[in-house]
Design a protein around this ligand. Structure first.
Ligand code: MN3
Length: 199
């Protein structure tokens, strides 16, 4: 069973001017697609290739000889997840249970924003910033390269890709502007709320 790249949940130009069709042409069409292709090549005729993607990530994370599998499996998952963390007309603050849980965990939504921006801005080199559920509480965390909080037993609710390939076309080296644009105009709180409700 080969792994497949899910279709984007919106048109490639749906997030303009905040994230361009050109970015999707490369980020979705080249980078994400390559992780899926590489993963399928690495797992060709391997029993592990018949497992769900989440299981491939957890198994390969424990085995240094499967580092290539882990990198491509986690990057396949992380990007499919990330596209859902964006939406046209997104941004702003969440509502309902998620808003209450954020206030409870961080003190206020503004404090969450501050911690998330710090995590995204200070991830040195390539990686991801996350809002995760750990036990019954929310946390902000960051991972390097292909890292995924599932490996630590946390449930991802939201992520932001901070690899340079995620923002260089639209923002060049200005990662802080990309992070702020994500929070103001792109973040899909509905998706994070669905993830929380399903956890
Ligand atoms: Mn990426």
């Amino acid at each position: 069973m080969a792994f497949t790249q899910p279709a984007l949940p919106y048109d490639v130009n749906a997030l303009e001017p905040y994230m361009s069709a050109k970015t999707f042409e490369f980020h979705y069409g080249k980078h994400h697609a390559a992780y899926v292709t590489n993963l399928n090549n690495l797992l060709k005729d391997k029993a592990l290739g018949n497992e769900p993607l989440e299981e491939v990530i957890k198994v390969s994370a424990q085995d240094p000889s499967l580092a290539g599998v882990f990198n491509n499996a986690a990057q396949t998952w992380n990007h499919s997840f990330f596209w859902n963390c964006l939406k046209p007309g997104g941004g702003g603050a969440p509502t309902g249970d998620l808003a209450a849980k954020i206030s409870s965990a961080f003190g206020s939504f503004e404090q969450f924003v501050s911690e998330f921006k710090t995590a995204a801005a200070t991830q040195f080199g390539s990686g991801w910033a996350w809002l995760v559920l750990e036990g019954d509480t929310l946390k902000v965390t960051k991972t390097g390269n292909a890292g995924n909080p599932m490996v630590q037993g946390q449930t991802p609710l939201l992520t932001l890709d901070v690899w340079e390939h995620a923002y260089y076309i639209d923002f060049q080296n200005r990662r802080p502007d990309y992070i702020q644009t994500f929070l103001d105009h792109l973040v899909n709180w509905d998706f994070a709320a669905e993830r929380l409700a399903a956890a």
